[in-house]
Design a protein. Sequence first.
Length: 566
Amino acid sequence: MKKLFLAISIAALFLSSEKTIAQTIPVGTPVLEDYYRRLQLTGGVDSTVSFTLRPLYPAKSTHIHDVYDPDSTLKKDSWTSIGPISFAKGYGSFQILPLTIQQQYNSDHPYGWNDGLMIPAKGYQTMISGGFFVKIGPLSIQFRPEYVYAQNSDFAGYASGHNDADLANYYGYHNLIDQPEKFGNGTYTKASLGQSSIRLTFGPISAGLSNENLWWGPGIQNALVLSNNAAGFKHITLNTVRPIHTFIGSFEGQIIAGRLENTNMPALSVTTTSDGTDLYVPKRTDWRYYTGYNLSYQPRWVPGLFLGWIRTFDAYHNDVHGFSNYFPFLTPFQKADANNGAGDSFDRDQQTSFYARWLFTKAKAEIYFEYGIGDNSYNYKDFLGSPEHSRAYIFGLRKLFPLAAHKDQGILFGVEIDQLSQTVDYIIRDSGGWYIHSQVRQGQTNDGQILGAGTGSGGNLQTIDISWVNGLKKFGVLFQRYEHDADFARYGFIPINGNDRNWVDFAVGLQGDWSYKNLLFNAKLQGIKSLNYEWILKDYDPNGAYYIPHNDVFNMHAELGVSYRF
């Protein structure tokens, strides 16, 4: 079988006549990734590209020769201009990928998400990436490793302000997810394959091995199922690199099968109560098999509308046997139809989401929505009776207001609401937190970070983004309200005199992207006021006569990145 596959691959390499390009703009690429999405609002990118399956393949949708030089800056004014080098009469290409340094700093405690290999940490942190891309015929290799260094300073965590009962509640909840509050003691370093892949691409279809981050869904601040919040993981992929056009509309899609890693670390550095009672329950150490699909459809009769469906499966690898378990895509959605009404026959966690994005190029605007289900309904009656059970959702819109007096400039206005906490349905039917699972006890994580929304299980985020944009340049203000894990707060604490103890962050910041010759800069500076930090009470009257909840702290979050394009 291996010899047959090798023979087919070699034959395809020499027989293919299409000058395919399988180069990606990795998820989270500073400046460029958001630039291409903004460009679509003004008609500069194929309007049938959904932007709901990333990484992007810009050359397929824009016909730009160098995807890292979309506005021809390097051709006009640069220190060096190497760009893609063609050979073999155009069927081969080689390019040095940008050298990127991303830096981050938190003054008081960890804050931030969607930063890939980086970890939640206090202090200074940096990630360096670079590499090369080469292709010949349908075969392409993208080698883009990453390296992270984090100061990982000590900070006042949950255990610093809670008693034994609170610690027991914390572990009762967080023993069901692999999400350490702090990644070890002292400095943290890690090297990874990063955004590397090897592929065979024929027309709109690509197949191969990859370690790249994936982003599924239309969200900008967060995604419910897959984002770049955690490090990329090794996976086999079969995906489109551009829309497939048919008489009923356009289709995009991806199927993956991958390996998720565990940290085997406790949730807190404190693992016992004051009397020595163990709090941490070790999890299974075998790696997890993760598979799923994302399908996007644009109806021919409704231009700009994208409809999508995501479904994923997460299980311990040692439990997965047989073809139907490795490829469970036909598993009945309703529990009543699976295993004679018993649901999965082994420990497995599933997630499902449905999404829509509607692009209005004439109005230079878009709206998008994603609705996810963390616990499948027993049958259709169950769903119709309680459609909000175990739900999470993302809703957002973007609108570009051109400046009449300044060509190519505009004001970009964006709003997004991410809601992952349970509804009042939990009172009669608790579904547990999103990404948390009682059987696959690492939950939906990789290397200790959540695969989907970086705001985490039970986290709610509201964002307003107002920016001036001009090509690759962007400068604006960002307002965010972030409620930490409301589900755990309900589980772990009893309200006092009608007051709750929710930990809520209010963040105001400046952000910007800039280009100069070969350099791309990105920066963010946020001041964050955390109310009821770590759900710690500053003071309270044990008799319940009054309540002072405000254990408030201030945190400064700063990001600064620079990329050198060759």
